[in-house]
Every structure is written in structure tokens, then in C-alpha cells.
Design a protein around this ligand. Structure first.
Ligand SMILES: [Zn+2]
Length: 303
């Protein structure tokens, strides 16, 4: 519809230009006058008549095309033609483009800020995932086995340690099934009962050399305390030491370290305190032994 209208308008403009040209020719001829050099008036008249006919033809054509055009509305004379007007400054396209450009620019900028932290987080997660998997594999590969040592293995270890430590003598009984009870004698100073689960130390009871390790019914007495305060203090130190040397992944070394530390009580009544230099403090010898270098200390002199 719009295209037909446009074509009709262009045709009408062309006919208007042709009409103007033909009319201009007629008036030009009339204004300039006719030069009749050969005395042929009839030929001049014919030519003038042709010019007038051309004006008439052009006018008729223009009128025909003009009748085909839509009449202009009285209320909005030119608004019907706005739809065929391609002027870009009359549409919101430009401002919309600016908005889109600004928005995408800002999104790009913010994405630039975000990529850093997100990348680090992803790397961290990845490394943590790999780390935990490796750790899990490692743990699966080497489960703690100290508690599951066989009786033969425990016997061999105890025999070897007994030979290795001349100040200590040990014997094994198994009154409670497969778990071993070690009876440890340290010179003529003190005795101890060490309850093992596998190779892991679970309980220690320290008593004086002359005290009995057996109860009245002839069984090994794990629970009753020494009647002497000095050995009860040693008992407390030994219990603390079992926690310090606890190592289910390397139970043999843990037991050896504990016994090596325990061996240092052979000087319980002869070594002075490493801090105050006295043998006795409030009637008690140094009952604590340093866990790393086995130096003797009174309870109150502990480093
Ligand atoms: Zn002291």
C-alpha cells in the first residue's frame, strides 16, 4: 500500500515537472515571439498548437495520477505518511543502543572483577579435593595396626625390649584372653603393671618394689593403688606419659619410648631435682621425669 502510494507520488512529481517544462516552453515562445523568416505562418501555428497539446497531455496525465492519491486528512494532514519516513532521529533506536552498550560494558567490567576470586576459589576447591582424596588413599593404605598386633608378635617385641633394657625385667601374662599384661620390675625400686591392647598401652599401675602385684585371689591386680604416696605420684606421671607416647601407627616405638622413659625411675631416690637441686621437697623425691630428656623434677618444679 505504502509502496504504491510512494510510486504514485514519484510519478505525480515527474508529471508536474513535465507540465512545468511544457508550460515554460509555451510561455517562452510567446514571450520571445516567433521569427517568421520564410513567411510560413501555418508551420508556426502548427508548432504552437503542438506545444499547447503537450501542455494539455501533461496536465491530463497529472490529473489522472493525482486522482489515484489518497486525500490528506484535515485533522492530521501529514501524519499518515510518518510510517514511510525512515528518519532515524525520530525513533528511540539510538538511545536504546547507548543503553545496551553501557549495560554490556558494565557487565564486562564486573565480570573482570569477579573472575579473580572465583578462579582462586575453584583452584582451592580443586586442590582441597585432590588433597583429601590423597589423604583418604594414604589413610586407607596404612590403617593403624597397633591395637591388632598378634600375641606372637607382642611376645617377640617384649622379649626384644627386655633384652635391650638391662635395668628392666618384664614378664607377660594373659589373664584376660589375648590382651597381654606386662609385669615390669625396675631394679629394686618399683614395680608396674602395664595393660596392653595389642601393643598399645591402656593402663599403668605403679607400686613399690615390696608391694604385691597380685590380689588375694591370686590374680594380677590392675586397679588398686600403691599404699605409698611417692609411688602414687609416679603412677600419675606414668599415666600422663602413656598419653604422650600414644602412637597407634607406630605402637612398637611408642612402647619402647615409654619403657625407656620409665627406666629413668631407677634413680628415683638418688637423683636431685634438676631445678631446685634438692633431693627432697616436702618429704618427696623428684617424682616427675621430663618426657624428652628424662631429667628429674619435683612436682612443683616441673618446667
Ligand atoms: Zn625441685
Amino acid at each position: 500500500m505504502a509502496d504504491n502510494q510512494t510510486d504514485a507520488l514519484i510519478e505525480a512529481i515527474n508529471f508536474t515537472q513535465m507540465l512545468r517544462a511544457s508550460v515554460t516552453k509555451v510561455f517562452d515562445n510567446l514571450a520571445d515571439g516567433f521569427q517568421d523568416s520564410q513567411g510560413n505562418e501555418k508551420a508556426l501555428l502548427n508548432e504552437f498548437q503542438k506545444s499547447l497539446l503537450a501542455v494539455n497531455n501533461d496536465f491530463n496525465e497529472l490529473e489522472r495520477v493525482g486522482n489515484g492519491l489518497y486525500p490528506l486528512s484535515v485533522n492530521s494532514p501529514n501524519s499518515v505518511h510518518l510510517s514511510i519516513d525512515p528518519a532515524t532521529d525520530k525513533t528511540p533506536l539510538y538511545s536504546q543502543l547507548i543503553q545496551s552498550y553501557k549495560w554490556s560494558n558494565k557487565a564486562h567490567e564486573l565480570a573482570g572483577y569477579v573472575i579473580g576470586p572465583l578462579d582462586q576459589n575453584a583452584k582451592l576447591k580443586r586442590s582441597m579435593l585432590i588433597g583429601s582424596t590423597l589423604q583418604a588413599k594414604k589413610l586407607r593404605r596404612v590403617p593403624p595396626s597397633g591395637h591388632a598386633a598378634t600375641t606372637v608378635y607382642v611376645d617377640n617385641i617384649v622379649t626384644r625390649l627386655d633384652q635391650k633394657m638391662p635395668d628392666i625385667s618384664m614378664s607377660i601374662t594373659r589373664p584376660l584372653g589375648s590382651s597381654a599384661i606386662l609385669q615390669v620390675s625396675l631394679g629394686k625400686i618399683l614395680k608396674a603393671v602395664v595393660a596392653l591392647r595389642g601393643l598399645i598401652i591402656e593402663w599403668v599401675t605403679v607400686k613399690g618394689y615390696q608391694e604385691d602385684l597380685y590380689s588375694e585371689d591370686g590374680k594380677v591386680d590392675l586397679w588398686s593403688q600403691s599404699r605409698y604416696q611417692v609411688f602414687r605420684k609416679v603412677n600419675d606421671s606414668a599415666t600422663a606419659a602413656t598419653l604422650h607416647f600414644y602412637s597407634p601407627h607406630n605402637a612398637e616405638l611408642a612402647l619402647q619410648s615409654f619403657l625407656h622413659w620409665f627406666q629413668s625411675y631407677k634413680t628415683l631416690f638418688s637423683a636431685p631435682c634438676s631445678k631446685c637441686g634438692k633431693h627432697y621437697h616436702q618429704g618427696s623425691p623428684p617424682t616427675w621425669r621430663d618426657l624428652r630428656n628424662t631429667d628429674p623434677y619435683h612436682d612443683v618444679c616441673k618446667p
